[in-house]
Ligand binder design. Structure first.
Ligand code: ADP
Ligand code: MG
Length: 509
């Protein structure tokens, strides 16, 4: 284990990093930092969540000359969210040294960015498209760049940024350091490395298959038309703290979200059609527990770093096993256990086998819960709520009334009646979910699974539902805790062609 103190860093940097709660360097950091500090090029491959930002951020910031008032380092990131996230992390690392990173991305007013750029940030974190705009307008000066970083390079290529990136790299001083980080290394990336990097040191950190280790993986075989009621029953029984429900298309995300709200759950949806501010709002509300169910498409949830997700429900089975690993990696983080449950329609049964092959772990079959089981679950939940309230002790105003009632009625009867009042009866409010074709079994690709270092414990409940008559909400605050505090919001850039659009659908059967 490598300590940051042993990495030949200045005091300011060590301080900055320790202040962030990092105790020891992650493997990619331990290997990258000493080499990058010398100014040499690095080609780093490690899965998501392994701390790549600090791996390039620490040496880059260390090499910044705080007296020089110009952009000295440039980070290219695929999406607006990642640009913001990386800039935030760099600003934290560089706080003590007083190095400032500015995010620059599409969708934000260009005037505002121009003003930001005039304030002489030493680091600019940009999405390629917007950076090109600034280069064309000559509102950014890149001739003092000494380090350029391509972050999430595979994502940038997937999104069709390859030409922009080449243009940008050609516009930078030849005498510079180039760092490239990616979760995967497709041939296209190797080509870029050959053309634009100087005998880079290749650092590859093996992916520990930590994604699925702590996750209880279940599947449930049912008909398409049973999915929604089953989902509600499962939520009632499992009482997730925070859960993400994956649906295949934007339309289904909207439908499932609406249906959940109709049934009294606090849910919201996330997909590529939402405006940026709406997306930010949804993520924020989910992170702070205002809503505890997030319904999302694969694309919209990509890269989301949210701690405290206890359950992932695959309302629709993912198109391929890699997306599956991606999806369920949203739970079971930071040593916590999580549950992933996948709905499988009879014709999709083959998916179970291909998923098991990729994760190398068996999925447990679960049966569709009965109404009686739901009721039992809800009763248990009410009892827990009640006990929590007793422990909280916040009921003085009611003791007088309680004493009077006890003089007249049996304690058991009173309590049973109160519990009944607290218990949510299974809800059968009609809802509309359109039919979705089963997924076709696809060949398996060879992408790495991702998982990672992210996490940070979150404890406590938060109200699970709204509505439901006089049912009391559970008490308890979420407390952000634990070491790895960084949050990640992910998502799409305007330019991304999302697979969300392609989901087959047909009117309700
Ligand atoms: P990647 O870019 O590899 O996906 P990030 O750089 O986003 O990963 O890091 C993932 C999370 O881990 C972030 O919340 C970050 O703050 C945290 N992290 C990074 N390095 C360390 C470390 N050495 N110790 C603890 N947490 C870390
Ligand atoms: Mg990253």
């Amino acid at each position: 284990m490598t300590k940051f103190q042993d990495l030949q860093l200045s005091e300011a940097l060590v301080k900055g990093v320790l202040k962030m709660g990092f105790e020891e360097a992650t493997p990619i950091q331990a290997e990258t930092i000493p080499i990058a500090l010398t100014g040499a090029d690095v080609l780093g491959q490690a899965q998501t969540g392994t701390g790549k930002t600090a791996a390039f951020g620490i040496p880059t910031i260390e090499r910044i000359d705080t007296k020089a008032r110009q952009v000295q380092a440039l980070v290219l990131a695929p999406t607006r969210e990642l640009a913001i996230q990386v800039a935030e992390e760099l600003n934290k690392i560089g706080e003590t040294k007083r190095v400032y990173a500015l995010p620059v991305y599409g969708g934000q007013q260009i005037d505002r960015q121009i003003r930001g750029l005039k304030k002489n940030p030493q680091i600019v974190v940009a999405t390629p498209g917007r950076l090109m705009d600034h280069m064309k307008r000559k509102t950014i000066k890149l001739d003092e760049i000494q380090t350029v970083i391509l972050d999430e390079a595979d994502e940038m290529l997937n999104m069709g940024f390859v030409e922009d990136i080449e243009m940008i790299l050609k516009g930078l001083p030849a005498e510079r350091q180039t760092l490239l980080f990616s979760a995967t290394m497709p041939p296209q990336i190797k080509k870029i490395a050959e053309r634009f990097m100087k005998s880079p040191t290749i650092i590859k950190v093996k992916s520990k298959e930590m994604t699925v280790e702590n996750i209880n993986q279940q599947f449930l075989e049912l008909r398409e038309g049973q999915k929604f009621d089953t989902l509600c029953r499962l939520i009632d029984i499992d009482s997730p703290e925070l859960s993400i429900i994956f649906a295949r298309t934007k339309k289904r995300v909207d439908e499932v979200t609406e249906a959940l709200i109709k049934r009294g759950y606090t849910a919201d949806g996330l997909h590529g059609d939402l405006t940026q501010s709406k997306r930010d709002q949804v993520i924020r509300r989910f992170k702070n527990g205002t809503i505890d169910i997030l319904v999302a498409t694969d694309v919209a949830a990509r890269g989301l770093d949210i701690t405290g997700v206890t359950h992932v429900y695959n309302f629709d089975v993912p198109q391929d096993p890699e997306s599956y690993v991606h999806r369920i990696g949203r739970t079971g983080r930071a040593g916590k256990t999580g549950t992933a449950l996948t709905f499988i329609t009879p014709r999709e049964f083959g998916q179970v086998k291909s998923i098991e092959r990729v994760t190398n772990k068996k999925m447990n079959r679960r049966h569709v819960p009965t109404i009686a089981e739901v009721l039992e679950g809800n009763q248990k939940q009410s009892a827990e709520d009640l006990i929590e309230r007793v422990q909280a002790g916040d009921f003085k105003a009611y003791t007088q009334l309680a004493t009077e009632l006890l003089e007249e009625y049996e304690a058991v009867e009173l309590l049973a009646a109160a519990l009944r009042g607290l218990t949510k009866e299974p809800d059968s409010t009609p809802v509309e979910i359109s039919y979705a074709e089963p997924v076709r079994v696809k060949r398996q690709g060879g992408r790495n699974d991702r998982g990672g270092y992210r996490g940070g414990a979150r404890s406590g409940g938060g109200d699970r539902r709204t509505g439901g008559g006089d049912r009391g909400g559970r008490s308890g605050e979420r407390s952000g805790g634990g070491g790895y505090r960084g949050k990640r919001t992910g998502g799409t850039d305007d330019r991304r062609r999302s697979s969300e659009d392609r989901g087959p659908r047909r009117p309700r059967d």
